[in-house]
Design a protein around this ligand. Sequence first.
Ligand code: 4AD
Ligand code: MG
Length: 465
Amino acid sequence: MKTTKIIQLLKETDSIGLNTTVNIKGWVRTKRGNNNVAFINVNDGSIVHGIQVVIDVPNFNEDTLKSITTGACISVDGTLVASMGKGQGVEIQAQHIEILGLADPQTYPLQKKGHSMEFLRSIAHLRPRTNYFSCVLRLRHAMAFAIHQYFNDKGFVYLHTPIITSSDCEGAGEMFHVTTLDISNPPRTAEGDVDYKQDFFGRHTSLTVSGQLNGELGAMALGNIYTFGPTFRAENSNTPRHLAEFWMIEPEMAFYDLDDNMELAEDFIKHCVRYALEHNIDDLQFLNDLFDKELINRLKSVLDVNFVRLPYTEAIDILSKSGQKFDYPVSWGIDLQSEHERYLVEQHFKKPVILIDYPKEIKAFYMKQNDDGKTVRAMDVLFPKIGEIIGGSQREESLEKLMNVIHERKMNEQELWWYLDTRKFGTAPHSGFGLGFERLLLFITGMSNIRDVIPFPRTPQNAEF
Ligand code: 4AD
Ligand code: MG
């Protein structure tokens, strides 16, 4: 018999028809009952809800029933019937049960409900079997799909930028090295430095921190492109908002100025939020009821408002006059900390804020310089509970101005010759931004730790599974 997914049994009951014989396969969540009747809740991952399987105990082999324990995988043939139990429309009256995989109750770690997030992280290989994590993973999938759909519908080209790179886009020096050299005994130059000419690529390489520089090359030919891939940062930040391996979406648009860039960023995030509310309401409702009673309201509230657009200088003014005591003191020129960002978003404006025109010293080399000589056309989108969710800018299209910064920062212009070529040959105004996929998911799911919105988190001292 063909297996039916539980989501179909629950959502398409009418077209399947009551009293039809069906087969389901899934994992046992709970089992209870007595000598006459037993109830098994089975979940197959297609939806947060399980389906109840009802068993007339005397009709089944005792040993088989005994070995159906929490975590076991079973295949059930039975009749789809209306449920007597409250809160569920249908259940399955079992005719035949096959055990596909046992789960020893002595050692299966997910016996009871209500495990802590910390504990679940230590069993990342099994946590997708919890309701909470399956909701997050379905939402993660839905958001990836919504993102591709959004850009495809707008005519953007999905550009695959390299993961192994020889340039440090953000200039922060937080890159993981990629090498096949014997690190305990690397070849040396006459000066005693490691001789990367003998390395696999004949040069020093790293894992990318951002696809942007390559993305710009694409935009200067295709018009509008986006990247969506893994990025890596070796910053030793053990915070609930940082991963060493995270996914980033980076659109890059020819002929966009900063206003166009902000408009796109706002519309894009709203599309993602709307998509989740329209397509994944079961998952959101579950997370809302169990973890975060404000989740659905918060998601809806973002759709209703226009994001604030605020120059950095005015933000500093607001923070200075706030009377608030911050851990990091506020003055013009500082890189805003999450406490500052969250004050602006959560207390002052009570809606998302796009901060623009940051001091040039705290931003990357490629940003377009303002005429004031002090600030650049940067934009950070700040969100409630999260802080920075997007970082982007208009790019400096003038070769001369870009070269000045490269010299000021003592960067190696030879290594960027290909990037600089775009400013030599048919340069054009252009803009782009990067959305941290997991930061978006923090907002969408209401989770408070970024380790809980990615299947297998990579953080300092942790790369198991
Ligand atoms: O602000 P960032 O560093 O910007 C860039 O990399 C630009 N090249 C993007 C562009 O203009 N194309 O990073 C962009 C976003 C941040 O706003 C944040 O959401 C996320 O990436 N991000 C991280 N997410 C998780 N863990 C980390 N360690 C992150 N670092 C940045
Ligand atoms: Mg940033």
